[in-house]
Write a protein that binds this ligand. Structure first.
Ligand SMILES: [Zn+2]
Length: 113
């Protein structure tokens, strides 16, 4: 499962952070996930539970903030949301679209108690 691999990277960061706070319990993790990662929220959630089990992250709430795929046309400077991975500029039909957002995958914040 693709999301398990993504979550492995996320947990490397979470562990690095919680290693400095051994007595704390993580209660909430906010994850920023771009559309291009193709990650399914439900699968992210279940992968999160797999990695959290037996750690001080177990029981934490996972918030997934989805970022749409947007691009900038290098020819006419159109900027907007790319629908269904169609990398053609809707304004000038150019093919020179540069991805602006949608590749994100990072931990935005963590709450501990
Ligand atoms: Zn264009």
């Amino acid at each position: 499962m693709h999301e398990l691999a993504l979550m492995a990277g996320v947990f490397d960061i979470v562990k690095k952070y919680t290693a400095e706070l051994p007595d704390k319990k993580v209660t909430r993790v906010t994850l920023v996930v771009g559309e291009l990662t193709n990650a399914v929220p439900e699968a992210l959630e279940s992968s999160f539970q797999v990695y959290a089990k037996g750690t001080n992250v177990e029981g934490a709430e996972l918030i997934v903030r989805r970022i749409p795929l947007t691009a900038l046309c290098v020819e006419c400077r159109w900027e907007g949301k790319v629908e269904e991975y169609t990398f053609i500029c809707p304004k000038c039909s150019g093919l020179g679209l540069e991805i602006k957002t949608g590749r994100e995958l990072y931990v935005e914040s963590m709450e501990v108690e």
